[in-house]
Design a protein around this ligand. Structure first.
Ligand code: SF4
Length: 444
C-alpha cells in the first residue's frame, strides 16, 4: 500500500481561473511520461489484463530522459482515452491510477524563491481562455501534487543577475514586482504597458548593481519602473509607433514599426522557428540514421528561411496554411480587448518565478526576462498565421488565443531552449531598443 503524499503550501496566481472542461487536449500529447510508481499503480489495477494484450507502456520519456510513456492509439491519442472521450483509468479504476503527469496537467509545480509556486500550461484551452473557478479551489490538490512530485522546498538561492553580484530574496521580489506593476491593468493599453517593460529592460541591461543593495536596490527598481512607464506613455502620446496605434486599432496605410536591426531580426526569427517545432523525440530517435540526417538537413533549410524572413513560410506544423512571411507581416494587429490573455501569460510566469533559473532552462534573470518579454512577439506571429488560416486580414480575439496556446506548446516546455546556443541567442537580443523593436514588428 502506497503512503498518501502530504501536502505542501503553495503560492497560487490569484488572477487565473481553471477547471477541466474535458477537451482531451492533454490526452493527445505525443508524450505522456510514466514513472515507476505510475507503472506499478496501473499494473496493480489490473490494466495489462483489461487491455487484452495491447501494449500499454513504450520506452522513451520526455526529452532525452530515459523511462517510459503511455502507448498511443493509431490516431495519436492516449491508449486509455475511451470512445466517449473520457479517460478509462479515471472512469474505471479511479483518478489516482492516472499517471502523475496527467493529474498534474495543466499545473506546473515550481520551486520558487521563498516557496513553492504554481505555474499553468497556457496551451490548455481552459487556462488560455481563463475558464473555470479561481485557483483557490484547487489549492489542496496542487499542494498534494507538489508533495507527490517531490517539489516541497523553495530554490536554495536566487537565479543569477548575469555576471554581477547575487541578489537577495528581497531584491528578487522587487524585480518581479517592478515587471508585474507594468503589466497590471491600469486603464492604459497593453501595448503601452509592454513597451514600458521593454524600457525597463533597457535600463537594467546597462545597470551596474554591485554597489546598490537592499533598500536602495528596491527604491531604484521602483524609480526605474516609474521612469519606464512615463517613457512609454510619452512615446505613445507623441508617436503611435508606425502601423500600430496604441488603442489597438489598425492605422490604415501607415508604415509599420520601428526599424529592427537586421541581425536582431534574424536572431528573433530563429528563436521563433524553434518555438514552432514539435518533434516527437522518440519518433526522431527511432527513424533510422539516414532519415535522421535528412530530417536535420530539412530543419537546417527551414531555419535559414526563417532567419531570412522572406518568401514562402516552411510548413513546420502540418496544419499551417501555404503563405509567405510578407503575408503574415501584413495582418493587422488586434484590438485591445483581445490582448488580455497575452498580459496574463506574462503575469503567470512572473508570479510563478518561472522565467529564469531552473524553472526556465537555468537562464540568468535578465536573459530570462528578455525571453519572457519576447513571448508576445512569438504569440503575435502564431496569431497572424491563424488569421491567414481563416482568411482574415486583422487579428481577432480567437487568433490571439490560438497564438497564446500555440506559443505555449513549446515556450518553457521544449528542451531545445536549454541549449547554450539558445541562451546566447536570447542574450544577443538583450540589447537596449531590441525587444521594443521586435514587439512593435511582431507583437499582436
Ligand atoms: S491516462 Fe487518461 S488522462 Fe492521461 S493521457 Fe491517457 S486518457 Fe488522458
Amino acid at each position: 500500500m502506497e503512503r498518501m503524499a502530504a501536502s505542501v503550501p503553495i503560492h497560487l496566481p490569484v488572477f487565473q481561473r481553471f477547471d477541466c472542461h474535458s477537451c482531451t487536449y492533454c490526452c493527445r500529447q505525443p508524450i505522456v511520461p510514466v514513472n515507476e510508481q505510475d507503472r506499478r499503480r496501473i499494473v496493480a489495477a489490473g490494466w495489462p489484463d483489461r487491455m487484452a494484450g495491447q501494449e500499454i507502456f513504450v520506452p522513451g520519456g520526455a526529452g532525452r530522459r530515459q523511462g517510459y510513456r503511455l502507448a498511443r492509439r493509431e490516431d495519436g491519442a492516449c491508449i486509455f482515452l475511451g470512445d466517449d472521450n473520457r479517460c478509462r483509468l479515471h472512469a474505471e479504476t479511479g483518478a489516482e491510477t492516472k499517471p502523475l503527469a496527467c493529474r498534474l496537467f495543466p499545473f506546473v509545480i515550481v520551486p520558487g524563491v521563498g516557496g513553492v509556486r504554481l505555474d499553468l500550461r497556457m496551451d490548455c484551452p481552459s487556462v488560455a481562455a481563463n475558464k473555470g473557478r479561481t485557483l483557490s479551489v484547487h489549492a489542496g490538490l496542487a499542494g498534494k501534487l507538489a508533495a507527490e512530485s517531490g517539489i516541497t522546498r523553495s530554490l536554495p538561492g536566487v537565479p543569477a543577475w548575469g555576471a554581477q553580484r547575487p541578489i537577495t530574496e528581497r531584491e528578487f521580489a522587487a524585480l518581479v514586482c517592478a515587471f508585474e506593476s507594468v503589466l497590471r491593468p491600469t486603464g492604459l493599453p497593453l501595448r503601452v504597458r509592454l513597451a514600458a517593460g521593454c524600457h525597463l529592460l533597457d535600463l537594467l541591461y546597462d545597470a551596474r548593481i554591485d554597489k546598490i543593495r537592499d533598500e536602495r536596490f528596491v527604491e531604484l527598481l521602483e524609480l526605474l519602473a516609474n521612469a519606464a512607464m512615463e517613457q512609454a506613455k510619452e512615446s505613445a502620446g507623441t508617436d503611435t509607433g508606425g502601423a500600430r496605434k496604441i488603442d489597438g486599432a489598425p492605422e490604415p496605410g501607415a508604415v509599420r514599426g520601428q526599424p529592427l536591426p537586421a541581425r536582431s531580426g534574424h536572431l528573433f526569427r530563429q528563436w521563433l522557428f524553434l518555438h514552432a517545432i514539435l518533434d516527437d523525440p522518440e519518433a526522431v530517435r527511432s527513424s533510422g540514421r539516414l532519415n535522421r540526417l535528412a530530417g536535420h538537413w530539412r530543419r537546417y533549410g527551414q531555419a535559414r528561411r526563417f532567419a531570412a524572413g522572406t518568401g514562402v513560410v516552411p510548413r513546420i506544423r502540418p496544419h499551417w496554411p501555404d503563405t509567405t512571411f510578407e503575408a503574415i507581416d501584413a495582418v493587422e494587429p488586434a484590438g485591445e480587448e483581445a490582448l488580455e490573455p497575452v498580459a496574463r501569460a506574462l503575469r503567470l510566469k512572473l508570479d510563478a518565478h518561472a522565467f529564469a533559473g531552473p524553472a526556465y532552462y537555468g537562464y540568468d534573470l535578465l536573459t530570462g526576462l528578455t525571453a519572457l518579454w519576447l513571448l508576445p512577439a512569438v504569440i503575435g506571429w502564431f496569431a497572424r498565421l491563424a488569421a491567414i488560416e481563416r482568411g482574415g486580414h486583422a487579428l481577432s480575439p480567437d487568433d490571439v488565443l490560438t497564438g497564446v496556446r500555440q506559443a505555449h506548446e513549446t515556450f518553457s516546455v521544449s528542451p531545445v531552449f536549454a541549449r547554450v546556443s539558445e541562451r546566447w541567442r536570447v542574450r544577443g537580443l538583450a540589447r537596449p531598443g531590441v525587444p521594443a523593436a521586435i514587439l512593435q514588428r511582431y507583437g499582436p
